[in-house]
Design a protein around this ligand. Structure first.
Ligand SMILES: [Zn+2]
Length: 188
């Protein structure tokens, strides 16, 4: 069973370096059969060394305390065949979801069109809550591979941690372009 913990750790470092998460926000996981390995809670994201192993069915874990969003990751795996999940607090997407959520559409740009199949959007719900996890799960069930949470961030599923990271990057790219376009329009 392939379960690349080192890829999860590397993806967190990249998210932090690219400004897609702050030092104590965001999380990533990889599926290992009926379990998933997820980043721990409270550790600076650029220096994670150990992951928590969570049982997908019982949600019991071994190792360090998992990220508070572990239920959201579990929902992603339970409602899809994705092998890895990445959650970021990417700022342009959070902004676009507030001002023009209808522009959260991957189709206009090559980057996002090839990376993302479908973007779901959920309303403001408490971070780490079961309610939020279930709302994300419902979007995944409808075919979303990326879910944007208003006032919070985005979560993406992929075939491995880099594929999920690529979706987050493509999402942030399309959001940044959409916001620049809105700004240009408002000036003319
Ligand atoms: Zn979060």
């Amino acid at each position: 069973m392939e379960c690349p913990a080192s890829d999860v750790i590397e993806v967190m470092r990249i998210l932090y370096q690219k400004g897609l998460i702050t030092v104590l926000s965001g999380n990533a996981s990889v599926r290992c059969g009926n379990h998933f390995l997820i980043t721990p809670s409270g550790t600076p994201k650029h220096k994670i060394s150990e992951l928590a192993l969570v049982n997908l069915n019982t949600l019991e874990w071994v190792g360090p305390k998992p990220s508070i969003e572990y239920r959201m990751h579990a929902q992603f795996y339970l409602k899809s065949n994705f092998k890895a999940v990445v959650h970021a607090h990417n700022p342009m997407t959070v902004l676009l979801a507030d001002v023009k959520p209808e522009l959260l559409d991957p189709s206009p740009y090559v980057e996002s069109r090839y990376a993302i199949k479908r973007i779901g959007v959920v309303e403001r719900l408490e971070a780490g809550s079961e309610e939020l996890a279930l709302a994300v799960g419902r979007e995944v069930e409808k075919g979303a591979d990326v879910v944007v949470m208003k006032g919070h961030g985005a979560i993406a599923g992929g075939k491995d941690p880099y594929d999920a990271l690529n979706k987050i990057e493509a999402l942030e790219y399309l959001s940044a372009l959409a916001i620049e376009k809105l700004k240009l329009r408002s000036q003319t």
